[in-house]
Design a protein around this ligand. Structure first.
Ligand SMILES: Cc1cc2nc3c(=O)[nH]c(=O)nc-3n(C[C@H](O)[C@H](O)[C@H](O)COP(=O)(O)OP(=O)(O)OC[C@H]3O[C@@H](n4cnc5c(N)ncnc54)[C@H](O)[C@@H]3O)c2cc1C
Length: 353
């Protein structure tokens, strides 16, 4: 799947049947009502085997279901959330635009009210699941004069006239996930599909991203753990200079540092999950904890997968060994759902307040 860039639809279907696609959605709406720590453990374990499958799952749970359950009407929950949680629908989250990356508020997509419909025009890029999603949480400007307070969110169904899918991106890693450009041209979306109030879109996006960043941190943790395990096993069987390479202090120190940084990542990920759990009943935010977990776990995943290749020597550079894929997959965790610099901005803003 990595080689061909094929989306693991069969696995996704099975995951839906097993209840993996609505892990944190409440039972009332067909989910498993798991706490966030348990959800992170699931993302972590799946990422050890396939980081692309994990992001398909994470986008759906954190960026789509979470926002609909928190901000949606009862009718929207019945229509979208219940089938999403049961794995019958696939969701996508579309905030990024060619000119709105780290600066997510710089939306050029417009949503103009016309009777009981919004007319949507604009382009979104790099959207995970975008090419085959049944429902897209779409962000755009309903009132440009209000800046980020003029952003709203709509639930756009895939068959809506005026909506089309553009380029499918060729990527370095998580190649078994799909990343697409989405186009909206005089696309009419009923007002009843608006998520939350008009002007509440940026708040919804940031709320979803706080949750999403914990999932990406858990994904990074799983990628790092898999690479560490592979390096550890390899060091215990590879012989050079007449002894196992695990006997060399240079290799031992690498493994010790890797194990320590993974442990620190794990604690930050679970700490952020607990912070989310504690604020679930209130409107309080856990942005700092989520940003710290994502920043540290993602930087650690890149560093660990790099060292795992080093421990494997030339073999680690070959596609035959899983650490090669881990190295490529780890890289994205420092970029999407906010780059490492973006996380530092969130942390700095929080501690300087
Ligand atoms: C595989 C993949 C999947 C994605 N999936 C989704 C998705 O499902 N939905 C979605 O909406 N988006 C998605 N994205 C988009 C992703 O979130 C953005 O790529 C990311 O937010 C960065 O935006 P950008 O690429 O425009 O980079 P830019 O914002 O242009 O950043 C370029 C560089 O400038 C730095 N920078 C920018 N501003 C500052 C600042 N203030 N201080 C310091 N440094 C700064 C950045 O850290 C980065 O190093 C995806 C991206 C990829 C690659």
């Amino acid at each position: 799947m990595d080689e061909k860039g094929d989306v693991p639809f069969e696995n996704i279907k099975t995951m839906g049947e097993l209840g993996f696609l609505g892990l944190t959605v409440s039972e009332e709406y067909g989910g498993a009502a798991l706490d966030t720590v348990s959800y992170c453990v699931a993302i972590e374990e799946i990422s050890k085997a396939c980081a692309a499958t994990a992001i398909v799952m994470a986008v759906r749970d954190s960026l789509v279901c979470y926002g609909i359950e928190k901000f949606g009407t009862e009718e929207q929950k019945q229509r979208f959330l219940v089938p999403l949680a049961k794995g019958k629908l696939i969701g996508a989250f579309a905030l990024t635009e060619p000119g709105a990356g780290c600066d997510g508020a710089a939306q050029k997509t417009t949503m103009v009210l016309d009777g009981d419909e919004y007319i949507v025009n604009g382009t979104k890029n790099f959207i995970t699941n975008g090419g085959f999603a049944d429902v897209i949480v779409l962000f755009g400007m309903t009132d440009k004069s209000q800046g980020y307070r003029g952003i709203s969110a709509l639930l756009v169904e895939k068959d809506t006239a005026g909506f089309s899918v553009g380029t499918e991106e060729e990527k370095l890693g998580i190649r078994a996930s799909s990343t697409c450009e989405l186009m909206f041209e005089d696309c009419r979306v009923p007002v009843t599909n608006r998520l939350g109030e008009e002007g509440q879109g940026f708040k919804i996006a940031m709320t979803d991203l706080d949750a999403g960043r914990i999932s990406v941190a858990a994904q990074a943790l799983g990628i790092a753990e898999a690479a560490y395990q592979a390096a550890l096993e390899y060091a215990k069987v590879r012989v050079q200079f007449g002894q196992l390479i695990a006997k060399f202090q240079g290799i031992q120190w690498m493994l010790a540092d890797i194990a320590t940084r993974i442990e620190a990542s794990r604690l930050l990920v679970y700490n952020a999950a607990l912070a989310k759990h504690r604020t679930e009943e209130t409107d309080a935010r856990y942005s700092k904890e989520a940003a710290m977990a994502k920043l540290y776990a993602s930087e650690t995943a890149s560093w660990v997968t790099d060292l795992a290749i080093q421990i494997h020597g030339g073999y680690g550079y070959m596609k035959e060994y899983a650490v090669e894929r881990g190295y490529r997959d780890a890289r994205i965790t420092r970029i999407y759902e906010g780059t490492s610099d973006r996380q530092r901005l969130v942390i700095a803003r929080s501690i300087l307040r």
